[in-house]
Design a protein around this ligand. Structure first.
Ligand code: IPM
Ligand code: MN
Length: 351
């Protein structure tokens, strides 16, 4: 029987549809030995402004039955801050319990990088960002809102279960073939003495079960410095939700920009979602200037999570080929249009 997968496609807003279009083009070219059925969902900012609906329950229920989700970007300048983020993106992450946000940071040979002293070969790390709790839990509130005595609280929720499952994923990843068996915990234990203490204790305890993985701890501010000055010191980095959000934009910058940064929201026991991490890029909408490599990299992660390693390898070869031809990774300075970059990936993937 041929293997067959049902993939939910959410092109979303801004440049989302353009980059997802290129990803699907590449998918069509590398698919061999398995079938893909796609289901398209028109949710996003436009849909919200038209209907007032973010993520209808019926759509959420359908998403639960898929093999994977491929997402472009969610966000709209006319929607109030947080409505689409919390109502769609974070709601899918939470409801489908995608508790790991996996964000590889790797630079491809031939790329010119923003940090001049660093060679592409030195940049090969992967962030394991906790993706289901922390400051993203939504806990907190207002007191006397709008008055001069206003109080606003925003609480970081860290459960032993949530921290342990994220750490376990990171330790397992660190000892996979191709990784360097080095795991760094990033936090701010010197100030966040409750949450940080839980993370550090859980990390130290779990490390005992993985003697082959060497462990290390770095404060989040120092991690920013090292990411720029000596990224080669990192292999697998595990951290909480907000630190992971911030650090992975810096990670994207050192690997060549948001145009190449891909991420996976993983529920290893359930339905995972794959996305370029760059967002809607309003300046590039409809101009054929957005770099589709991040979305194509997300497709590679999607294929590998399905176990389709050969197709994943083909996408990787295609990306490397495209990079070798491109003038820059920066949208607008690529030397090719969005769809031409997609064509280069197809060419490199099918040679
Ligand atoms: C990301 C984004 C999201 C996040 C936003 C859009 C809610 O910045 O995927 O990194 O903070 O997780
Ligand atoms: Mn982010």
């Amino acid at each position: 029987m041929t293997r067959s997968y049902r993939i939910g496609v959410i092109p979303g807003d801004g440049t989302g549809p353009e980059v997802i279009g290129e990803g699907l083009k590449v998918l069509g070219a590398v698919r061999e030995g398995f079938e893909i059925e796609t289901a398209r969902y028109g949710i996003g900012g436009e849909h919200y402004l038209r209907t007032g609906d973010t993520l209808p329950d019926a759509v959420l229920d359908e998403l639960r039955s898929l093999d994977a989700i491929y997402l472009g970007a969610i966000g709209h300048p006319d929607a109030p801050p947080g409505v689409l983020e919390r109502g769609i993106l974070l709601r899918i992450r939470f409801e489908l319990d995608q508790y790991v946000n996996l964000r590889p940071v790797r630079a491809y040979p031939g790329m010119s990088l923003p940090v001049a002293r660093v060679e592409p070969e030195e940049i090969d790390l992967v962030f394991v960002r906790e993706n289901a709790e922390g400051l993203y839990s939504g806990a907190g509130g207002f007191h006397r809102k709008g008055t001069g005595e206003e109080v606003a609280t925003q609480e970081s929720i860290n459960t032993r279960h949530g921290v342990d499952r994220c750490l376990r994923f990171a330790f397992e990843l660190a000892r996979e073939p191709g990784r360097r068996r080095r795991l760094t915990l990033v936090h701010k234990t010197n100030v966040l003495t409750y949450a940080g203490d839980l993370w550090a204790r859980a990390f130290a305890e779990m490390a005992k079960a993985y003697p082959e993985v060497s462990t290390d701890y770095v404060h989040v501010d120092a991690a920013c410095l090292y990411l720029v000055e000596d990224p080669g010191r990192f292999d697998v980095v595990v951290t909480d939700n907000l630190f992971g959000d911030i650090l992975t934009d810096l990670g994207a910058a050192i690997q060549g920009g948001l145009g190449v940064a891909a991420g996976a929201n993983l529920n290893p026991e359930g339905v995972s979602m794959f996305e370029p991490i760059g967002g809607t890029a309003p300046d590039h909408v409809g101009r054929e200037t957005i770099n589709p490599l991040a979305a194509i990299g997300a497709l590679e992660l999607l294929l590998r999570s399905l176990g389709e390693e050969e197709a994943g390898d083909r996408v990787d070869a295609g990306i490397r080929f495209a990079v070798s031809k491109m003038a820059s990774m920066r949208a607008g300075e690529m030397g090719f249009t969005t769809s031409e970059v997609g064509d280069l990936v197809v060419e490199g993937a099918t040679r």
